[in-house]
Design a protein around this ligand. Structure first.
Ligand code: FBP
Length: 549
């Protein structure tokens, strides 16, 4: 691998760790826990792993170590997030600390590696190549869902063959839910394999009272905010473009909100607010066009609009339209296929309910086509492929020309669209993520040594200096509730959406009018890895506001 100068310099970075993890550790157990909801049902589904206590690690006298080596397996599951390699390095250093002959095995390309017995031993030479680097390429990641008994049993064969005592699954809400189900299953059959989870996703939607943030969110948001800041400086210099910027986040709008807090754009749409207020697409268009018109009155024909990736599914009317389209095409695909391409749009308009037909007819050609032609293997609309940034730009442009005809708008509107997603998922982890991830991994190894199963590794108090962070474990059953998935009630980890009464959103709400009309852009610049702590070690604005209000 040819390395960049930064990569070489970054190899020597020593992640900061909680004081409680340095040296020997002792475990403190709290009281029995309950699931966040549906306690009776969750208890019945998880008789062996329900009600376990939250645990915390504290510094102890004496030397760390065990008489026997502990072999551990690790899986990277789902989308990439900066810091995954440091979680693995943390696990590695932890288990080597416990016993020098412990081994770490990485399953290749996600959960399928466990099922298909594809793995590699992660030696110190390999680990050292990947310390403090972005990406998941050390073993690769995948989206295979680990959820059937057959898969669990197949996995157990290789775990036993490699004498693996514990499996650590690094993933988002669904992967950690599956880790919990797997932990329960292995416990119920006395398999002798512990299963632990680590909270990962740039989307930031795996968090709760016990898990402060998912790793990767910090770095990804810093990368997008740097780019948004650069665009803002450009548009404040040329003063002729409106930039419509979509940012990743499949469902929740945490990334959009964090980027807004870091950069002060003119508009940031928060999907959760759209849903709560029951806004229509036209309401959103009116709002954006209103800001553009207002700025134009002051001679400011430029600006930025941040759009969360998941927006479409939070607009109640669009949700209904998508659901009727899914249903209609599931039953009439053959007839639809026979209609000539040029007539497809009119065909759909004639078949939908009057309400949905009107919305569909109002959509730009390209989006209407994406809604009917681009479908996933199950026949569903591929919402993530819909170019919301283009949809909004086109519709805003139309609204402004209507207003111009009515004499309500006298500005000039030229727009450029962007989508920031993959640019941030494999960036070199910020100091926050490098430290947080290493600590999460090291904590996981301590959970292994303590014989815990069905736990998620947790590191708290992370707005304080790293030495004061608190490492421990949270029983995953504590985060579960029942939700309807594919027509069936399933135990799942509650997805954390943006709280509209939470400090980060309330702060944005208080400021947004001022940011909309005036130009108060912030230019965060690139992530800094070396330098003063106030430049290099700042946690996300979301976390700071959540913890300090
Ligand atoms: P995870 O929740 O698995 O971490 O993935 C998040 C994400 O990056 C979303 O923001 C985005 O919608 C999605 O993955 C894209 O998935 P893919 O990598 O399969 O294109």
């Amino acid at each position: 691998m040819t390395k960049s100068a930064l990569q070489i310099a970054r190899t020597n970075y020593v992640p900061k760790m909680p004081e409680g993890l340095k040296g020997n550790v002792k475990i403190a157990e709290g009281a029995a826990t309950e699931s966040v909801a549906d306690q009776k049902e969750i208890k019945e589904l998880f008789p062996n792993t329900y009600g376990l206590p939250i645990v915390t690690f504290k510094q102890a006298e004496g030397e760390i170590g065990a008489s026997d080596p502990v072999n551990v397996g690790v899986i990277l599951s789902g989308g990439q997030a900066p810091g995954g390699h440091n979680v693995i390095a943390g696990i590695f250093d932890g288990i080597k600390r416990i016993h020098k002959d412990s081994k770490l095995y990485g399953f290749i390309l996600g959960p399928s590696g466990l099922i298909d017995h594809q793995y590699k031993e992660l030696t110190s030479e390999i680990i050292d190549e990947y310390r403090n680097t972005g990406g998941f390429d050390i073993i690769g990641s995948g989206r295979t869902k680990l959820e059937t008994k057959e898969q669990f049993d197949k996995g157990l064969i290789i775990l036993k063959k490699l004498d693996i005592k514990a499996l650590v699954i690094i993933g988002g809400d669904d992967s950690n839910t599956n880790a919990c189900v797997l932990a329960e299953y292995y416990k119920s059959i006395n398999a002798g394999v512990q299963v632990l989870g680590c909270p990962k996703t740039i989307d930031g939607d795996l968090k709760n009272d016990q898990i402060e943030t998912s790793f990767g969110f910090d770095t990804a948001c810093k990368v997008y905010s740097e780019l948004i800041g650069n665009i803002q400086r450009d548009c404040n210099s040329a003063r002729k473009y409106w930039h419509f910027i979509k940012v990743m986040g499949r469902s929740a709008s945490h990334i959009a909100l964090e980027c807004a807090l870091q950069t002060h754009p003119n508009v940031c749409i928060i999907s959760e607010e759209v849903e709560q207020k029951g806004l229509s697409l036209d309401d959103i268009i009116e709002y954006i066009a209103g800001v553009i018109a207002k700025r134009a009155e002051n001679g400011l024909n430029f600006g930025t609009v941040i759009i969360p990736e998941g927006l479409i599914e939070f607009i109640p009317a669009m949700k209904n339209l998508i659901s009727e389209l899914n249903d209609f095409l599931a039953h009439n695909q053959e007839e639809f296929d026979l209609v000539r391409r040029s007539g497809k749009r009119e065909y759909i308009i004639s078949k939908l309910s009057p309400e949905n037909s009107e919305i569909y007819a109002s959509l730009p050609e390209t989006v209407a086509r994406q809604l009917t032609l681009d479908r996933d293997p199950h026949g569903n609309v591929q919402v993530s492929l819909i170019e919301t940034e283009k949809l909004l730009t086109e519709m805003v442009s139309k609204k402004l020309s209507d207003w111009a005809k009515e004499g309500k708008y006298k500005g000039k509107f030229a727009s450029i669209t962007h989508f920031f997603g993959y640019e941030g998922r494999c960036a070199a982890p910020s100091n926050y993520d490098a430290d947080y991830c290493y600590s999460l991994g090291y904590t996981a190894s301590m959970l292994v040594a303590s014989g815990k199963t069905g736990y998620m590794s947790s590191v708290k108090n992370t707005t304080a200096p790293a030495a004061e962070w608190v490492a421990g474990g949270v029983p995953i059953t504590m985060m579960l509730n029942l939700e309807r998935r594919h027509g069936e009630m399933k135990p799942v980890i509650q997805k954390a959406l943006v709280k509209l009464d939470g400090a980060p959103f309330l702060y944005y709400k208080e400021k947004r009018e001022e940011w909309a009309i005036h130009t108060d852009y912030v230019y965060p610049g690139p992530i800094q890895y070396f330098g003063p702590t106030e430049v290099c070690d700042q946690p996300s604005k979301t976390l700071q506001l959540e913890q300090t209000g």
